[in-house]
Ligand binder design. Structure first.
Ligand code: NAP
Ligand code: F7E
Length: 351
């Protein structure tokens, strides 16, 4: 019989646990045997829908997910949670994450998405926690891109209040790493999507509309810039990279991307194809239209969805992550579109 005490589960704290990435990451960490603490902000209605698969599993097994109320704009709640939980790993995913909304709420975005990060870091520092820290950085840092593809050494040129707030978070994470020898890293993640993606991001807006139009429940989809190109991957693949970054020997920043870029129009064509509505495109600029198989207009351009400044082209080079962490994406672009459309069709069929 061993006289050693039983090995305690490692503890992880996830901010933004109710979001797309937070829910996938919580599932991954629970599978890996972590005790997961999720920080969520208070809302008048329950907002843990994305965690329901995990909560359901929890009812039958050991509870490994704990939810606690806190807010990135509130230092006292951050400090209290960190002090009580004393996590080994911290994943700072909480943010006002919508680029278009950040033009409407620039100050709030700066507070939560920017200053929220230093609130976390300073509390960790003051409490002298030996925790590893992951910061959810973004390809939006590259904005008006200075080189293609973008790597860890490509200069930043953010194009939105969101991008500017994330630039502050990126730099303050590096500053705490260098000043206090903290294991603090930035994952520079390119766009990643899933059936759990928020409904106002362009991919999910498209897949929901394709499903609804095919079911006769919506007439037309109105979009903004069809020319914008993004490097879209699957969120489930990307959260694995977050975890791998905190298991590395050295704290380093990493680009996480698929290395492919596609226009919004292309995403739309594939999604409507999958829903049984192949599109042909006519016109250009604000007059461009996606025409369905019976000649009806199914997609229109609406300038209300244009942004004051656009990020035209993103494509990432994740060579460092592949070499150091052994990370590569598993789900292809076409598989991603298909799984999102299929999910939205099945949601409609269920109600
Ligand atoms: P998301 O679905 O919008 O989730 C954001 C999370 O932050 C939600 O849980 C949200 O809570 C929470 N949150 C918002 N304001 C908060 C506050 N004041 N205090 C505490 N929590 C707050 O975003 P995501 O797609 O999962 O992205 C996760 C992180 O990665 C974000 O930081 C995002 O900026 C960043 N990122 C995302 C991508 C991407 O393509 N998805 C790429 C690069 C970086 P509610 O559920 O209550 O709204
Ligand atoms: O826009 C264009 C839009 O809102 C993608 C966030 O997770 O990824 C996300 O930011 C592109 C843009 O994502 C519509 O102009 C056209 O060029 O889906 P999105 P995003 O702005 O790239 C990064 C990496 C993050 O870090 C962010 O947190 O699509 N677009 N028409 C549209 N976009 C939206 N939302 N709605 C439209 O109707």
């Amino acid at each position: 019989m061993s006289l050693l005490p039983p090995r305690l589960a490692r503890k992880a704290l996830v901010t933004g646990v109710t979001g797309q990435d937070g829910s996938y990451l919580a599932e991954l960490l629970v599978q890996k045997g972590y005790e997961v603490w999720g920080m969520m902000r208070r809302s008048s209605l329950r907002n843990t829908q994305r965690l329901s698969p995990l909560e359901y599993a929890m009812r039958r097994e050991d509870t490994r997910l704990h939810l606690c109320h806190g807010d990135l704009s509130d230092t006292s709640s951050i400090r209290r949670i960190l002090d009580e939980v004393r996590p080994d790993e911290i994943y700072n995913l909480g943010a006002q994450s919508h680029v278009h909304v950040s033009f409407e709420m620039p100050e709030y975005t700066a507070d939560v998405t920017g200053v929220g990060t230093v609130r976390m870091l300073e509390a960790i520092h003051q409490l002298q926690l030996p925790a590893k820290f992951y910061q959810a950085s973004t390809s939006e840092l590259y904005g008006k891109v200075r080189e293609t593809p973008q790597t860890e050494t490509t200069p930043f040129h953010p194009r939105s209040p969101y991008g500017a707030a994330k630039a502050y978070s990126f730099e303050i994470t590096r500053v705490y790493r260098e000043s206090y020898a903290m294991f603090a890293v930035n994952g520079i993640l390119f766009n990643h999507e899933s059936p759990r993606r928020g409904e106002t991001f362009v991919t999910r807006k498209i897949t929901r509309a394709a499903a609804a139009i095919a079911a006769g429940r919506q007439r037309v989809l109105k979009l903004g810039n069809l020319e914008a190109r993004r490097d879209w991957g699957f969120a489930g693949d990307f959260v694995e990279a977050m975890w791998l970054m905190l298991q590395a020997q050295e704290p380093r920043d990493y680009v996480i991307a698929t290395g492919e870029t596609h226009a919004v129009r292309e995403f739309c064509s594939l999604a409507f194809d999958r829903a049984g509505l192949p599109l042909s495109w006519q016109g250009s600029g604000v007059n461009e239209r996606g025409i369905g198989p019976s000649g009806e207009v199914l997609v229109e351009v609406d300038p209300q969805f244009f942004r004051p400044a656009e990020v035209d082209l993103l494509i990432g080079d994740a060579t460092r992550a592949r070499n150091d962490l052994g990370w590569k994406p598993k789900v292809t672009f076409e598989q991603l579109v298909n799984l999102m459309v299929d999910h939205d069709i099945s949601l409609l069929e269920a109600c």
